[in-house]
Design a protein around this ligand. Structure first.
Ligand code: HEM
Length: 371
């Protein structure tokens, strides 16, 4: 597909698909030709919080908002986060009696990012179960293409957004009275100093962090362990030199098993993409998962190789919308594996080994992973 039709029109979905590395990179990078405002709202319809958030807006608003929220994700801030994430990882590891009897997703790769994001947002950890339900609904697709399935999904998503809205409104009211060392307090402070985030925008950003940061990082961690089961020598190599190999491993997992497979844009004007005529208003889906396996860009693209240099994968996107949480996701994945490796010198599949992939064309990861 990537070779024969690197850019193709899909009549059924009414959208273009870009599969090759160069086209995917062009779509993501070219903010003047491709907009992130994907809303199909009719006039009078209310925008969802995600539609108002960073990931769905274009410059100049995007530039302003991003420069404000960037402050929460700098390398200095990440340094402060390291001991907190290590504590969370060890708390979860302490609860594991025997690694060959666990569901890795349920007991490790899912709770870790949720606990981290709860601390970053400064929300009570007891709300974790609600977070899971909410994030799943926001990123869910219809079970099939029938009008009933689409309607059901829309209703559930509306309910979810409403619940999230009410939830964060209460949290913000609480933080106004009693600020903490968390990102919501930072954003409220910025708002009060007259910088441009309204309460609705803060709520939209909180929801985006919850949604963008949870399932993606869970899948990165699960996918890394999936690679351990596929390439047993990898674990041995990491065990001998975690500091030297873990960052490389994470980059290769991101390329080889990209947690986010695609992002879409809307063409702002008529343009040509790798020979295809795109019309203004057309949706273009950039398939990063495919670009990351493009042989034109990566030698032996279907081989897992942590020594590949350079490794310019597009798993975190490219250009102005490049993942804000990439340093955090990398840190979480590194700590998750480093702390595990300290406890377990070997990684072996048990007799009950089984895994269940998530059914989605958008995210790539595991629903269940019994080691
Ligand atoms: C944007 C992937 C983790 C927050 C993005 C984009 C991708 C991505 C592909 C670009 C979207 C676009 O171009 O339209 C991932 C992956 C992750 C991850 C693969 C984990 C392995 C996180 C985490 C957070 C986060 C942990 C925060 C806690 C964001 C935000 C944006 C974003 C706020 C929007 C940035 C903007 O529009 O300027 N992410 N993400 N992500 N991500 Fe992540």
């Amino acid at each position: 597909m990537r070779k024969e039709t690197p850019v193709r029109w899909d009549e059924k979905r009414g959208a273009w698909d870009a599969f090759d590395y160069q086209s995917v990179k062009n779509v993501l990078e070219n903010k003047d030709l491709f907009s992130s405002n994907r809303s199909r709202r009719q006039e009078g319809e209310q925008a969802s919080p995600i539609e108002l958030s960073l990931i769905s807006i274009d410059p100049p608003k995007h530039t302003q908002m991003r420069s404000l929220v960037n402050k929460a994700f700098t390398p200095r801030v990440m340094k402060d986060w390291r001991p907190r994430i290590e504590r969370i990882a060890n708390q979860l590891l302490d609860e594991i009696q025997n690694p060959s009897e666990i569901d890795l997703v349920k007991q490790y790769s899912y709770p870790l990012p949720v606990m981290v994001i709860a601390e970053i947002l400064g929300v009570p950890i007891k709300d974790q179960a609600k977070f899971k339900d909410w994030s799943e609904w926001v990123v869910a697709g219809p079970t099939d293409n029938s009008p009933e399935a689409i309607k059901r999904l829309e209703e559930n998503q509306q309910r979810t957004y409403y619940e999230l809205y009410v939830y964060f409104k209460e949290i913000i009211a609480m933080k106004r009275k009693q600020p903490g060392e968390d990102i919501i307090s930072v954003l409220i402070d910025a708002e009060m100093q007259g910088t441009m985030l309204t309460e609705d925008e803060i709520i939209g950003f909180c929801i985006l962090l919850l949604v963008a940061g949870n399932e993606t990082t869970t899948n990165l961690i699960s996918n890394a362990y999936y690679c351990f089961t596929e390439f047993p020598e990898l674990y041995e190599e990491i065990f001998k030199d975690p500091a030297g190999t873990l960052p490389l491993t994470i980059e290769e997992v991101l390329r080889y098993r990209s947690p986010v497979q695609s992002m879409s844009r809307v063409a702002k004007e008529d343009t040509v993409l790798n020979g295809s005529q795109i019309k203004a208003g057309n949706i273009v889906v950039a398939w990063m998962g495919s670009a990351n396996r493009d042989e034109q860009q990566f030698e032996n693209a279907h081989q897992f190789n942590i020594r590949r240099k350079p490794n310019p994968h597009l798993a975190f996107g490219k250009g102005i919308h490049f993942c804000l949480g990439a340093p955090l996701a990398r840190l979480e994945a590194e700590i998750a594996m480093a702390e595990w490796i300290k406890r377990y010198p070997r990684f072996e599949r048990s007799s009950g080994f089984s895994l269940e992939p998530i059914e989605s064309t958008f995210v790539y990861g595991l629903k269940e992973f019994k080691l």
